[in-house]
Design a protein around this ligand. Structure first.
Ligand code: XMP
Length: 519
């Protein structure tokens, strides 16, 4: 959000895999921060951003290589505390007159132990039980520290594991305090923020007030439309915007016939009853299902659903006079412009369905009140706004819905069977108190019939696969280790209660190499 009145910290990104974790750790300490790639941090940007402190991230390059990334010189002259991490340390040493070496004996990967040398304010609370465990991941190391710096900690392969120039509040560490494998890392950040004078003013209560004021200013007396899926992000965005502008907001909930059992009623009731919101319930099941019936290619399904969704949304939005804005639940991880060293375009694994194509087509301006937040912050904001826990804790559900949990041909009959099996499975998970431990769980109906025997008769019905994964962000995932008792009981219930399924399997593929959804 522009014109934020919070204390701001700038993270200059040199392309580390874990830069986002720095931001996570700081947000947990109630500090507002933004990540920006080093190339974008010009002198003018720095002056405009006015950070109260700066952190240089790690990165994969070597400062000994000509043309490798550098920090903006102006950063060193702003009089604000700086913390350099890994590559960030090396770049600091290099630019301020020290030396960095690469080659034999300079690398260190994984767990290491740092031995203290003297005391330093940002290490308050460290070394209380001897050497401190840290996580290292570096090829090069500093071989000569910059003038004004002193060494405050060493490790077997990093003689300058912790260096600092306390007179300028410049700190540089070779290890990664942002990862969990540096158990006392949060303490180091806390000390750094304290000496930089952060007041910890980034709370969801403060954010809510600020976001509401910003939405009112942006929208004025115009109307906003919001695609509501019932997922956490769009729900929180809608409630926040509703709080800001009331009946200038109209939500559109598109029922494409690919929702779970009872889902449409649940979402519509919850918003109508609790929020008195203008909500269009677009029942377009027939439109979607008549086009999708018989379709089996995963990408064709996704593209068809995406196209129809846009058409339907546009049709209903056209009826809302004076709509100039479209609200989206974009999150911070979607907008971070990370430094990419791979150079090549990444492969499209799946065409994700979202409303991204809409604003251009419809000539609408965007309202994105969550674009500074991480997923868990969105949940915290949802709680702050009074959304029920049962809503906030819901498992993610993909835009194309059950269509991508029905590999092979889509038929209405298969969708009905799938809906019933999924309801039994989720009921089992809830009954066993496992729902909140699992990132996402669902049933996929397989395009194969198998022979079974029930009572004295032969059956020839569909097989299904149960899926349940744990994950932090959906990017990687592990299958959930259910007990055999749970799996056995669930299989029995599905076969007994759902006509059309006579065999149940459990998917034990993690991501990678699998994906979470089957298509
Ligand atoms: P995959 O299957 O790619 O899924 O491992 C990762 C996460 O994204 C969800 N997903 C989607 N969400 N539109 C969405 O809004 C989509 O098209 C879509 N495809 C997958 C999936 O459910 C999981 O949480």
């Amino acid at each position: 959000m522009e014109n934020t009145s919070h204390d701001r910290l700038l993270i200059i990104d040199f392309g580390s895999q874990v830069t986002q974790l720095i931001a996570r750790r700081l947000r947990e300490l109630n500090v507002y921060c933004e990540i920006h790639p080093y190339q974008n941090v010009t002198d003018a940007f720095l002056a405009g951003f006015a950070p109260k402190a700066i952190i240089f991230s790690g990165g994969p390059d070597s400062v000994t290589r000509e043309g490798s990334p550098r920090a903006p010189e102006a950063a060193f002259n702003m009089g604000v505390p700086i913390l350099g991490i890994c590559y960030g340390q090396q770049v600091m040493m290099h630019q301020l007159g020290g030396r960095v070496e690469s080659g034999h004996g300079t690398a260190e990967f994984g767990r290491a132990y740092v031995t203290p040398k003297g005391s330093l304010n940002i290490l308050d609370g460290w070394f209380t039980e001897g050497d401190e465990q840290v996580w290292m991941s570096h090829g090069d190391h500093v071989s000569e520290i910059a003038p004004g710096f002193a060494v405050y900690g060493t490790s077997p392969n990093a003689p300058y594991a912790i260096t600092a120039d306390p007179s300028r509040n410049f700190f540089a560490v070779q290890f990664h305090p942002e990862v969990h494998h540096t158990p006392n890392g949060a303490r180091l950040f806390e000390n750094f923020l304290k000496l930089a004078g952060f007041s910890g003013d980034w709370t969801m209560g403060a954010y809510r007030e600020q976001a509401i004021a910003a939405i009112r200013e942006q929208v004025g007396d115009k109307r906003v439309i919001c695609g509501l899926s019932g997922g956490v992000d769009s729900s929180v965005a809608a409630v926040l915007i509703h709080e800001a502008i009331g009946d200038q907001l109209t939500c559109v909930f598109v029922d494409h016939g690919l929702l779970r059992q009872g889902e449409a009623e649940e979402v519509v009731t919850m918003f109508r009853d609790n929020y008195n919101m203008a909500l269009i319930h677009a029942d377009e099941q027939e439109l979607f299902l008549s086009e999708l019936e018989g379709m089996s290619d995963p990408e064709t399904k996704r593209k068809t659903i995406g196209r129809l969704f846009i058409d339907v949304f546009q049709k209903h939005a056209n009826d809302i006079e004076g709509a100039e804005f479209l609200a989206q639940g974009t999150l911070y991880p979607d907008v971070i412009e990370s430094v990419s060293f791979s150079g090549g375009p990444s492969v499209t694994i799946k065409s994700h369905h979202n409303v991204g194509g809409l604003p251009k087509k419809m000539g609408l301006k965007l309202v994105e009140p969550l674009r500074e937040l991480f997923k868990d912050e969105v949940r915290a904001l949802g709680r702050e706004l009074g959304l029920p826990d049962s809503f906030i804790g819901r498992h993610p559900f993909p835009g194309p819905g059950l269509a991508i949990r029905c590999p092979g041909e889509i038929t209405r009959a298969k969708l009905d069977i799938l809906r019933q099996a999924d309801a039994v499975y989720i009921d089992q998970i809830r009954k066993h108190g496992l729902y909140d431990e699992i990132w996402q769980a669902f049933v996929a109906i397989l395009p194969v019939r198998t022979v079974g025997v029930m009572g004295d008769g032969r059956t020839y019905d569909y097989a299904c696969a149960l899926r349940a994964v744990t994950s932090v962000d959906g990017m990687t995932a592990d299958y959930y280790p259910f007990s055999h008792e749970f799996l056995g009981e669930t299989a029995t219930r599905i076969i007994n209660e759902v006509k059309g399924i006579n065999r149940v399997t459990y998917d034990i593929t993690s991501k990678p190499p699998g994906t979470i959804e089957w298509e």
